[in-house]
Write a protein that binds this ligand. Structure first.
Ligand SMILES: *Cc1c(COP(=O)(O)O)cnc(C)c1O
Length: 424
C-alpha cells in the first residue's frame, strides 16, 4: 500500500459486521474465564489484553498504523512525546551508560537528557548535527548505548544527516533513535535511511488539531541486539521480573524492543495513551498526507515572502534555496520541509515581541504543527531555562521567532504578517 492509503486504512482492519471506525475500548480491564488463561498473558506466553496500562485494542490499532507508516516492525503509543523519547532511550541505556545526541533538539528533550536522565546516571554527549564524521566518532565511549537526533529539529529546523549518524552508531554497535515529529513519515521515513528506532510526539502533525497529547515509538526491527549482547543486557539476558524471559531471543529482532518497553517500562512507569486520545489521533492520521502537503506549500510561500522583507534579518527554512540545510532537505525531505519556519525580526527580542503581539491569525501558543497558524519566541518560553551559550549551541538565538504555518489561506497569512511587520 502507498503511504496515503495507510493513512486512511492502515492498522485497524474490521471483519464483516464490525464497526468501520476503530472502536474506543474504554475499559481499564478485560475479563477471562479462568485464572490460567490470564496467567498465560502475564507470562507473555499468549497474546491478549488484561489491563490497559500495558495494552489496549484501540491503542494497538493506532500504533500498528504508525508502524506501517514508518515502515517499522512494531510500535507502541505513549501518553506524550516526552514519554516516547524517555522510554526509547531508557529501554537500552540505564545508570552508568552513555548516549550521543545531536545538540539540535527540542528543549524538553534536552532537559530530559541533560538534567533528569543525568540524575538517573545516564550521561549524554551533545554533538553538533553538522559535526564531521571524525568528531562524531570521538563522542563515543565504551559504555555508549545509543545515538539520538531529530529529523527536522524543533525549533532550530536543522536537518539531520541521518545516514552519517546511522553509520557512526552502527560502527559502534549501537542503534540510532530518530525523533521524526516534524517531518512525519509523509515527508521522511528515517528507517529507510538507516535509523533503527523512530519516536514521535503525536501531539504535533499526527494529531494535527491541537486536540490530544501523545507519543509513539516505532522499532524498525532490524537491529541485531544479540550481536552486541554485552552492550544490551536488558534485551539479551533474562528479565527476572518476567520469569527469566530473554526478550531478544523470545521475540526476535522484530519484537524485542517494543515488547521490553511495554512489559517492563510501561508496566513499571505507566505512561499509556488513553483509548480516547488514540481515537482522536487516528482521526488526525486519516488526513495526515493531505495536511502535510498543504502545510509545506503554505510554509514555502511564507518563507519566500519573509526572505524578501526588509524587516526580516534572516529566515531558516530548508525548502529555501540557499538555506544551510537545503541540500540535506533535497535528499531527506523531497516532498517538503514541514510547516515550521523560523526567522529573526530586525531589532531583536523587542521587535520580535511587538511583531508577534500584532499578528491576528497567528496566535501566540506553546504549540506547533496544527491546523491553526501559531507562533512562539523560544528564548522567552520553551527554552527560557537555557543561557545564551546553550541557546546558540541548540541553534535557537535570542531573536528567533518560530512560526508554525497552518492550513489557512496563504494569501491571508501573508497579509497578516505584512500588517504585523509594519508595526514592528
Ligand atoms: C513537542 C515535541 C516533543 C515532546 O512531545 P510532547 O507530546 O509535548 O510530550 C518531543 N520532540 C519533539 C521534536 C517535539 O516537537
Amino acid at each position: 500500500m502507498n503511504i496515503e492509503t495507510i493513512c486512511v486504512q492502515g492498522g485497524y482492519c474490521p471483519g464483516s459486521g464490525e464497526p468501520r471506525q476503530i472502536p474506543i475500548v474504554q475499559s481499564t480491564t478485560f475479563k477471562y474465564d479462568t485464572s490460567e488463561d490470564m496467567g498465560k498473558l502475564f507470562d507473555l506466553e499468549a497474546e491478549g489484553y488484561f489491563y490497559s496500562r500495558l495494552q489496549n485494542p484501540t491503542c494497538d490499532g493506532v500504533a500498528k498504523k504508525i508502524a506501517q507508516l514508518e515502515g517499522g516492525a512494531a510500535a507502541m503509543l505513549t501518553s506524550s512525546g516526552q514519554a516516547a523519547n524517555f522510554y526509547a532511550v531508557f529501554n537500552i541505556a540505564s545508570c552508568g551508560d552513555h548516549v550521543v545526541a545531536s545538540s539540535s533538539i527540542y528543549g524538553g528533550t534536552y532537559n530530559l537528557f541533560a538534567v533528569t536522565m543525568k540524575k538517573m546516571g545516564v550521561e549524554f554527549t551533545f554533538v553538533s548535527p553538522d559535526c564531521s564524521p571524525e568528531e562524531l566518532d570521538a563522542a563515543f565511549r565504551p559504555n555508549t548505548k545509543a545515538v539520538f537526533g531529530e529529523t527536522i529539529a524543533n525549533p532550530a529546523l536543522t536537518v539531520l544527516d541521518i545516514e552519517k549518524f546511522a553509520s557512526a552508531a552502527h560502527s559502534h554497535g549501537v542503534p540510532l533513535i530518530v525523533d521524526n515529529t516534524f517531518a512525519t513519515p509523509i515527508l521522511c521515513r528515517p528507517l529507510e535511511w538507516g535509523a533503527d528506532i523512530v519516536t514521535h510526539s503525536t501531539t504535533k502533525y499526527m494529531d494535527g488539531h491541537a486536540a490530544a497529547l501523545g507519543g509513539c515509538i516505532v522499532d524498525g526491527g532490524k537491529f541485531d541486539w544479540m550481536a552486541h549482547a554485552d552492550k544490551f543486557p536488558g534485551l539479551c539476558t533474562p528479565d527476572e521480573s518476567y520469569h527469566g524471559v530473554i526478550y531478544a531471543q523470545r521475540f526476535g529482532r522484530e519484537g524485542a524492543f517494543i515488547q521490553k518497553a511495554t512489559a517492563q517500562l510501561m508496566r513499571d512507569l505507566g505512561s499509556m495513551m488513553s483509548p480516547q486520545s488514540a481515537f482522536i489521533l487516528n482521526l488526525g492520521l486519516e488526513s495526515l498526507h493531505v495536511r502535510m502537503e498543504r502545510h509545506c506549500e503554505n510554509a514555502q510561500a511564507v518563507a519566500e515572502y519573509l526572505q524578501k522583507h526588509p524587516k526580516i534579518t534572516w529566515v531558516r527554512y530548508s525548502g529555501l534555496p540557499g538555506d544551510a540545510y537545503h541540500e540535506a532537505a533535497k535528499k531527506y525531505l523531497p516532498k517538503g520541509s514541514c510547516g515550521v519556519v523560523s526567522f529573526g525580526v530586525k531589532g531583536g527580542r523587542d521587535a520580535a515581541e511587538t511583531f508577534m503581539k500584532h499578528l491576528k491569525l497567528g496566535t501566540i501558543a506553546t504549540h506547533v504543527a496544527d491546523a491553526r497558524t501559531c507562533c512562539l519566541h523560544p528564548a522567552s518560553s520553551t527554552h527560557r531555562q537555557m543561557n545564551d551559550a546553550e541557546l546558540d549551541a541548540a541553534g535557537v538565538g535570542a531573536d528567533l521567532v518560530r512560526l508554525s504555518v497552518g492550513l489557512e489561506s496563504k494569501e491571508d497569512l501573508i497579509a497578516d504578517l505584512e500588517q504585523a511587520l509594519a508595526e514592528a
